[in-house]
Write a protein that binds this ligand. Structure first.
Ligand SMILES: [Zn+2]
Length: 373
């Protein structure tokens, strides 16, 4: 008897019919108070050595249809090691074919990052004693929003992740970034601390994460479309972080995300905000070229098209921050698929690669700090 289970932290699937292992019918559930859906995460129990054919039949109505082209789902037996499994998109449905070795196997859109892991990791970072920690407030579901601070430099660096809960690569990136900052012998971290004070929000959208959402918080708000007009009763996560930024000022901002469709890592600048000028452009180009030198996983050919001059959406965090503080401000997008500039087909883009990529960002931040005032 096969069971499909998703009533756990960041789980998402509706099981329509699992009576026949060769024809399991599934659907992804939309975010609680919004229509977005794409994230799936479920466990199959009691299917060791049985060939499974699992069809997610509503993907043609999902938020990012291009996300399914050339996409391979991930699977894991332990939540640590994730590998790609045979996945077919026919324009309408997504079919995953896999024969699990064990009686408990996870399938997900990308390596899952449950809030239990998040709490354990935050505990480890606090225990290192290398960063100051504070809770800056609560989410609508009553979860503590963690804030870390480190460094003595006069430049204020803000780094946030997981505004969109389905983009778990943001949390894997944060693990790499924060781990590097906990290492006493890390010379790059030391160099960055001397120049900058780092303000870090490891997870912006804890409620959406726990609830198994793709994009929104408990009130159905897309946090990355709520930076200009935000209220404590709808999006306290943004209100609280924005308030803290007003206290410190901002000279550098990086907001870490994942992109469903584009099979590469890329940076999105705040191009064509009302105040966009040569200074903005030069700082962004400098950061991009330093990252290009540092990382074989980064590229600058593929990315988002620029909005019309002056028309960048100021409800998006990186545009809002660039316009408000006149600083270098970027969104990092990592792929759900694989990075086509440096493919690794067995794992695709993965937790390990996210963590490594974060360390490369740390190196480039230490370099760019010199030109930021
Ligand atoms: Zn995003």
């Amino acid at each position: 008897m096969i069971e499909i289970i998703s009533d756990f932290d960041h789980g998402n699937i509706h099981c329509v019919d699992a009576s026949d292992p060769s024809n399991i019918q599934l659907e992804i559930k939309p975010d609680g108070k919004a229509d977005f859906f794409q994230w799936f995460n479920f466990r199959v129990e009691g299917a060791a050595d049985q060939p499974l054919t699992m069809t997610i039949r509503n993907v043609h109505r999902s938020s990012y249809i291009n996300g399914w082209k050339n996409y391979q789902a991930v699977a894991s037996y332990d939540g640590e090691a994730w590998f790609r499994v045979d996945t077919v998109f026919d324009g309408e449905t997504l079919t995953i074919n896999h024969t699990p070795d064990n009686n408990a196997v996870h399938y997900a859109y990308f390596a899952a990052y449950p809030t239990t892991r998040y709490r354990d990791f935050v505990g480890d970072v606090k225990a290192s004693g290398m960063l100051d920690h504070a809770v800056i407030g609560e989410t609508l579901d009553g979860q503590s929003i963690d804030y870390f601070k480190t460094g003595e430099g006069d430049r204020q660096f803000w780094i946030i992740a997981r505004q969109h809960p389905g983009e778990t690569m943001g949390s894997w990136w944060m693990e790499g970034f924060l781990t590097a900052l906990t290492e006493e012998s890390n010379e790059t971290a030391r160099a960055l601390r001397a120049k900058a004070t780092l303000h870090i929000i490891p997870c912006m959208n804890l409620d959406g994460s726990k609830r198994g959402h793709l994009r929104t918080n408990a009130a159905g708000i897309d946090l990355n479309r709520a930076w200009q007009n935000t209220t404590m009763d709808k999006s306290p996560e943004v209100c609280l972080v924005r308030e803290k930024m007003r206290e410190t000022g901002v000279q550098f901002f990086l907001d870490v995300h994942g992109d469903e469709a584009i099979a590469n890592n890329f940076l999105d600048s705040a191009i064509n905000i009302p105040s966009w000028d040569h200074t903005h452009a030069a700082r962004f180009d400098r950061f991009s070229s330093l990252l290009l030198e540092e990382s074989k996983d980064f590229q600058t050919e593929e990315g988002y098209p620029a909005p019309a001059p002056g028309k960048a959406n100021l409800d998006v965090a990186n545009n809002y921050v660039a316009e408000t503080w006149g600083c270098l401000s970027m969104t990092l997008e990592m792929p759900f698929k694989d990075a086509s500039v440096n493919p690794e087909p067995a794992q695709g883009w993965s937790p390990e690669r996210c963590r490594n990529f974060a360390r490369e960002h740390l190196t480039v931040m230490a370099q760019i700090a010199d030109i930021l005032r």
